[in-house]
Write a protein that binds this ligand. Sequence first.
Ligand SMILES: Cc1cc2nc3c(=O)[nH]c(=O)nc-3n(C[C@H](O)[C@H](O)[C@H](O)COP(=O)(O)O)c2cc1C
Length: 164
Amino acid sequence: MNSQFDSKEFRTVLGHFPTGVVIISGLDKSGKPQGLTIGSFSSISLDPPLVGFFPGLNSTSWPAIAESGAFCVNVLAATQGELCWRFAKESDDRYEGVKWSPSALKSPMIDGCVAYIDCKVESSSQIGDHLFVVGRVASLESVAGAGNPMVFSKGAVVTTSPLS
Ligand SMILES: Cc1cc2nc3c(=O)[nH]c(=O)nc-3n(C[C@H](O)[C@H](O)[C@H](O)COP(=O)(O)O)c2cc1C
């Protein structure tokens, strides 16, 4: 075990823990759609229904979405690699050419995702160099026939399929 680790080593070792990939979407106060790619998403509680994720303190999209008090979790399909990278890179308009429709809480639901979880912001607290954002689930759906969810491991989108 290495106790003398730097940020590169930290990222490399933690990258061995595979995650799903979501785009957290919402509207800023001008009504423009915003969104960012997130791997640190998790289910938290069933009663009450809570989910959460960890945006970095240097995120520009999350504070803009947070002001609206709502966000939608767009669970990416394995085939949506282009969207995964697009929403992780700087851009004036990450939604250019992206088809979406508004959720009940008006956050963008991006076409082609395997599931959507529409949330109100329940709480947000700083933890290290990130925020811990908790959302209360207002409505949700999975999409029949949308294929397998994306899995991200060791810095890349990987292919997975059920064993049986
Ligand atoms: C697969 C993947 C997972 C990511 N997970 C997170 C995450 O959990 N938290 C985070 O702050 N950034 C995460 N990022 C990086 C953000 O998407 C990236 O920093 C983005 O530029 C933030 O956009 P913003 O500054 O517009 O908010 C991830 C990127 C990728 C490709």
